[in-house]
Design a protein around this ligand. Structure first.
Ligand SMILES: Cc1cc2nc3c(=O)[nH]c(=O)nc-3n(C[C@H](O)[C@H](O)[C@H](O)COP(=O)(O)OP(=O)(O)OC[C@H]3O[C@@H](n4cnc5c(N)ncnc54)[C@H](O)[C@@H]3O)c2cc1C
Length: 129
């Protein structure tokens, strides 16, 4: 049996590697969002690698990647809580929804409102703060 809850893999990158698709962030398998998320992650990873290759600071680019994936997970978990709350009322589901809500609360606290970059096509563009 494999865990099927939405999750992020730690760490998301290391020395000369970056994790993409389900191996970085896996969404709820019945949400129908896994392929789209994997493709968006690939585009983002491409932009990050191109940014690093063009001389942008690797730490900042990779941190941006990390934060964008966490934001995507946060959005996804928020949708899951809303969907499952309206669809299921059993005690088991209430427990699962409670776990999701705690996870969402923790992620909300950790994620900054503003990010250093934005995605422009398949490139990173610096955001003036
Ligand atoms: C039952 C089920 C239903 C789903 N339904 C949907 C849906 O309706 N809509 C949706 O958007 N998403 C759905 N998903 C999720 C979606 O399939 C995944 O999010 C998506 O395929 C992730 O893409 P990926 O490229 O990251 O990983 P994968 O598609 O898993 O591709 C990884 C590939 O790497 C290969 N691989 C693994 N290890 C190695 C290795 N060591 N060397 C070489 N190759 C390796 C694997 O064989 C695999 O081909 C579903 C998932 C499941 C399990």
């Amino acid at each position: 049996m494999l865990d099927a809850f939405p999750q992020i893999i730690e760490p998301l990158y290391g020395n000369n590697w970056i994790s993409i698709g389900d191996s970085s962030v896996a969404f709820d398998p019945i949400s129908g969002e896994g392929v789209g998320n994997a493709l968006r992650g690939c585009i983002l990873a491409t932009a990050v690698l191109k940014g690093i290759a063009s001389g942008m600071a690797p730490d900042r680019c990779l941190q941006y990647y990390d934060l964008r994936l966490r934001r995507a997970l946060l959005q996804h978990v928020t949708q899951c809580i809303s969907f499952y709350s309206s669809a299921f009322a059993s005690e088991k589901w209430k427990e699962e929804i409670g776990l999701g809500a705690r996870e969402k609360h923790d992620m909300d606290l950790l994620l900054p409102e503003k990010l250093d970059f934005r995605l422009q096509g398949t490139n990173l563009a610096e955001v003036k703060q």
